[in-house]
Design a binder for this molecule. Sequence first.
Ligand SMILES: [Zn+2]
Length: 459
Amino acid sequence: MTRLIRGGRVVTATDAFDADVLIDGETIVAVGTGLSGDEEIDASGCLVLPGLVDNHTHLSMPFGGTWSCDDYTTGTAAAAAGGTTSIVDFCIQYVGGSLKDALAEWHGRADGAAHIDYGFHCAITDARPEVVAEMEQCVADGVTSFKVFMAYKGALMVDDEQFIAVLEQTGKTGGLVMVHCENGDAVVRYQKEALEAGDTDPKFHASTRPPEVEGEATSRAIRLAEWTGRPLFVVHVTCEEAVKEIQAARDRGLPIFGETCIQYLYLTVDDLDRPGFEGAKYVCSPPLREAYNQHVLYQALRQGALQGISTDHCPFNFKEQKELGLGDFTKIPNGLPAIEHRLTLLYDRSVRGGHMDIVDVVRHGSWGPARIFGLDKKGAIAPGFDADIVVFDPEVKHTISAETHVMNVDYDPFEGWEVQGKPRFTLSRGETVYADGKIISEPGRGRFLKRSLFEPAMG
Ligand SMILES: [Zn+2]
């Protein structure tokens, strides 16, 4: 059966133009005018974009004795409602465990549960030689990116020796190393000092992880990648200190890539200082920063130092989960709910706000991440690509609220924000997943995405 998306304005990573999109089964077969299909989807007055790719999510993620509260069903439903049609989620190795067991566990969670397609990165928390050797099988199984943490000492953090081992192994097997850049030793020291001084409120989460801590780790990570001759992807870049390091590395010709996340474009460190314990809703790592960094991040996206905008979606309920950190900010689970709001906020705050063009939204939110993370059939509206498409109404006004969002979490960091623009339909491989405010697909239709290798030019 063919379906025609008629009357919209198609947006790609390079252009926007009026055209219809013809879908046959799961695939886009034509983009143009004068087309016809068995069934029509009305896109008049709408933007027609490739579904967004969110390469940074944490669904059902264990953290500090609790779990992020969106699972593969609720998290992917919220993604689809917000115009995201693929995610790459972090599978986390348990210290002492194997990558094989971690991947089996994550497959078990996602299998039969997801509304949209998904892949995994493998986070390596304990890079013993036998674990590093497993990376080859991961690549063969389509898990082509690996993450290390330079923070969360005593839990997820690796030391530089382990980090180098992971980088060197990708030189043999291929694969992209992603890195969380904060100096974990420095954070532990600053946290101890704060608690000893009686500074226990959420705002001290930010003051104990200052921008210098991120800048130093970014610089060190880049040096290690340079020594080992490997590309590197820096996740959730928040501040000028880190951007400068990435920009300088790229100026030296190094294949260093990076992303920021929507919360760093729209929220600031002042949100952590909200009255009472409200600041806990805004605790994530690296922390939210001073507002001037938002301009630095926009500039980095424009100039090419950063290539992606993801969400780092990692939701914890305010009640009972964020509250674990009452009286001790170090026990607040780290993470924000954001998977549902990326397209609307990028459109409303960044495009309408004059910081970027709608074409940039596709480039940073869909096409770029799809290329870097080896999603060969995603991120474009062109014949042969998967029919992952968002029909986005740029006029509709609404108010963001935990009362109405799809995410399974009891608060919204953007509560009360009046915004313009919302997906009308979201299609995944030609099937309508979301239409006019409702998820209409069944959980389990989403498929595991075996990803290809990304090997940027080094010369
Ligand atoms: Zn993350």
